[in-house]
Design a protein around this ligand. Sequence first.
Ligand code: SDX
Length: 436
Amino acid sequence: MTIQENCPAAATNGERATLNYQGKPTDFPLRHGSIGPSVMDIGKLYKDTGCFSYDPGFTSTANCASKITFIDGDKGELLYRGYPIEQIAEYSNFLATCFLLLNGELPTNEQFRDFRRTISMHTMVHEQMTRFFTGFRRDAHPMAVMVGVVGALSAFYHDSTDISNPEHRRIATNRMIAKMPTIAAMAYKYSIGHPFIYPRNDLDYTSNFLQMCFAVPCEPYIVNPVVARALDRIFILHADHEQNASTSTVRLAGSSGANPFACIASGIACLWGPAHGGANEAALTMLQEIGTVERIPEFIAKAKDKSSGFRLMGFGHRVYKNYDPRAKVMQKTCHEVLDALDKRDDPLLKVAMELEKIALQDDYFVSKKLYPNIDFYSGITLRAIGFPVEMFTVLFAVARTVGWIAQWREMIEDPEQRIGRPRQLYVGPSRREFPL
Ligand code: SDX
């Protein structure tokens, strides 16, 4: 498997931006990417001006140069290694997308066969890991279980935690991608009191995950091909998304030299938040709370009332100021799954579609460019497939693991990257002597 050469940050072409501060001009090199906004390299800002830049939430800050994923929020465009998400979702599969994100190119048939066999050889977890689950209450949120169990993986794989060793990085990558579905399925089975189901290497990645979740030892389990294809596409949609909060968490954790399993556990913890990956669970809960089309105006009014603290979950995005391209594919997939499972009359789908229609005609949402994001339709689809709402963000984590790992590897291999250590604007008390 060829690994993309080190990711050299975009070269500067000599252009510079000048900042005038306290009457003194300071120049900063401009750097241009292959597409998208250029950057002003302000690495010397503090040294030259004595000032820090200030950008809570990093709305205007690039933390790295990357070749993996590109988002144009105004156009509503998402590219994985240059390929539009809609085309990948339509013509590829999740494991081939993993290969693409990790290596920069789509796999040949032979490369795909090798990669699939490699991943299959790592799908089991150490049998002793089953004991971690019994330490949790059965009603523990599965994301809590995922953070704990994935973090514990490093206790079993001392042979692949030397991050400076490319071979260790490769093995850890394959282990993470292969074992996440197994651990996620175990978290679900534990929550319902079912026995764990072992992986089946004769099945493709997503079909294997479905059987580990929904098979029982007492009878054969037949994978529904429409559901398997839909879930595989949902995994593709969630695989990577540039420098989102959980990916930035993984990069920051990795910048200290932490082992990859611990870094992925930190990404899972961050993804859990309702403003991020937890929004799919929160969006479905919101639709259930709305309940009927008649109550939509009441919730739209609440979302527009700042004092309510309520937001339409599954709406809005830091980058997309147009329709999230994944949400369009998600909506289509939602209809396919509900049709295939004869659940097209799901009342929540009616509420979701009417809520979207009303919101997209409302000045508040139009003026703030709030469109449905990937989390808006995913919950209805996952519930129809049979997953409880608590598992929605776990599925997001299963899919996003490849993005986290690809970005983590790129960070490790980027000669420009060093430990992340932001500064602050201090607004606390000046020095004062301790009262004796
Ligand atoms: C994901 O970053 C990624 O790429 C994430 C992700 C990925 O793949 O990794 O795409 C996955 O996390 C998708 C987002 C899922 N989250 C939600 O659906 C939760 C609801 N949405 C939000 O809370 C919000 O829109 C965010 C968190 C997604 C974006 O927040 P921002 O960019 O910080 O925007 P903001 O909070 O400053 O909001 C801007 C304005 C505010 O009003 P004003 O202060 O300008 O008057 O829009 C309002 C907000 O009050 N607003 C909403 C709203 N989202 C923003 N008002 C009502 N409902 C909403 N959902």
